[in-house]
Design a protein around this ligand. Structure first.
Ligand SMILES: O=C(O)CCC(=O)N[C@@H](C(=O)O)c1ccccc1
Length: 371
């Protein structure tokens, strides 16, 4: 596949409500967009970095710079010789260390274009086995328990099949207890700490055990694999890793060390959808259930995540919520919750394309790089 140029955009989309996690509160989602132009079509990849490097070391302006100054020149060199297929992208970018979200955006754009040229859907190419995926929803830290209960009640009324509560020290046992007392024991419920605790908090985290949670997500520092393995011996609730899992290798290591019983697969965090499928395969081989995490993606990244979540090993509802969980207006045709599920796109490529006037309305900067 011959590439003719690449466009980088920085977009800023207002959130329908502030989203608070243990590392801060977001009012607007500032992310990047990569468009790869080939002789026949366009391909899109979403850059899921945060505005600041608070979830991981990457951040949007830095990722756009590394794309412009390092990753795209390398890709252009590889493409100039033999054209480019999706599985050749990661090897071409390997000389650059890290920057997995930036690499994921570029690889996904190339994959999208390659699929569109062949009228293949992402779901078909990945090996999806489902036509729709169960949708969970992530609920931020709130100012009060009553406010949280209103939010959870609203999402359950909308039909979400799983509730994920963000927690941090001082906002953990009480909100979980309140949700259980109000909505009962049958609601699928899990918590996400985003690395906010230490092993010394094991007794506190064990106080979550009576609430029959599906999992506790990333309680400790992303580099504390041993700590998670020790914590798993001191709490009954299954440990799930997010920030710690950056590749199939790190997933295999964490599983072998007993650091996690569940894995959140986030394509941007692990360098793209090809590596995501490898992590899925490693987890399935170890009987470790996986679910698809989210980075408040627009309909573009959301479409790819829904296709990924349709693979057989994704047995838990993921953070693949409807578009209106975060955005009043998505930049693509929105994803709509239907009986607690999202339909897996079967159109060529990601199955969603930006609506030009909506994309322009949220574009802060854009630049074209001819190849
Ligand atoms: O539904 C979504 O897309 C967001 C799910 C979610 O809570 N993501 C969290 C996370 O830590 O997993 C996150 C939010 C914002 C930025 C980074 C991560």
């Amino acid at each position: 596949m011959k590439l003719t140029g690449i466009e980088l955009r920085r977009v800023a989309i207002p959130l329908v409500s502030p989203f608070r996690t243990s590392f801060g509160t977001q009012h607007t989602r500032e992310l990047g967009l990569v468009r790869v132009r080939t002789e026949q079509t366009d391909g899109y990849g979403e850059l899921v970095t945060m505005t600041a490097p608070v979830y991981s070391a990457e951040y949007t302006d830095g990722a756009l710079a590394v794309l412009r100054d390092h990753l795209i020149p390398l890709l252009a060199q590889a493409a100039a010789k033999t054209g480019l297929d999706p599985w050749a992208v990661a090897p071409a970018l390997a000389p650059i260390k890290g920057h997995r979200m930036a690499k994921a955006a570029l690889e996904t754009a190339v994959l999208d274009a390659w699929l569109r040229e062949r009228s293949l859907s992402m779901a078909e190419w990945l090996g999806a086995t489902r036509e729709k995926v169960a949708a969970g929803v992530s609920v931020g830290i709130m100012d009060s328990v009553p406010q949280l209960l209103d939010a959870v009640g609203g999402y359950l009324d909308e039909g979400y099949l799983r509730i994920k509560l963000k927690i941090e020290p001082g906002w953990d046992v009480a909100p979980v207890r309140a949700v259980r007392e109000r909505f009962g024991d049958d609601v699928l419920l899990q918590v996400d700490a985003n690395t906010a605790y230490t092993l010394a908090d094991a007794p506190l985290l064990a106080r979550l055990d009576p609430f029959d949670l599906l999992l506790i997500e990333q309680p400790l520092d992303e580099e504390d694999i041993r700590g998670h393995a020790e914590l798993a011996k001191r709490v009954r609730t299954p440990i799930c890793l997010d920030e710690s899992i950056v590749s199939a290798r790190s997933a295999a290591d964490a599983i072998a060390l007993g650091a996690c019983a569940v894995v959140n697969i986030k394509p941007g965090r692990v360098g793209g959808y090809l590596e995501s499928r490898r992590i899925h395969d490693v987890c399935v081989a170890n009987s470790v259930p996986v679910w698809c995490g989210g980075m408040l993606e627009t309909g573009l990244g959301r479409a790819a995540n829904v296709a990924l979540a349709a693979l057989p090993g994704f047995t838990l509802p993921g953070d693949t919520s409807a578009s209106d969980r975060y955005y009043r207006t998505d930049i693509t045709e929105p994803f709509v919750l239907e009986d607690g599920h999202l339909q897996v796109p079967r159109e060529p490529g990601l199955g969603r394309t930006p609506i030009p006037e909506l994309l322009e309305a949220v574009t802060e900067t854009k630049e074209w790089i001819a190849l």
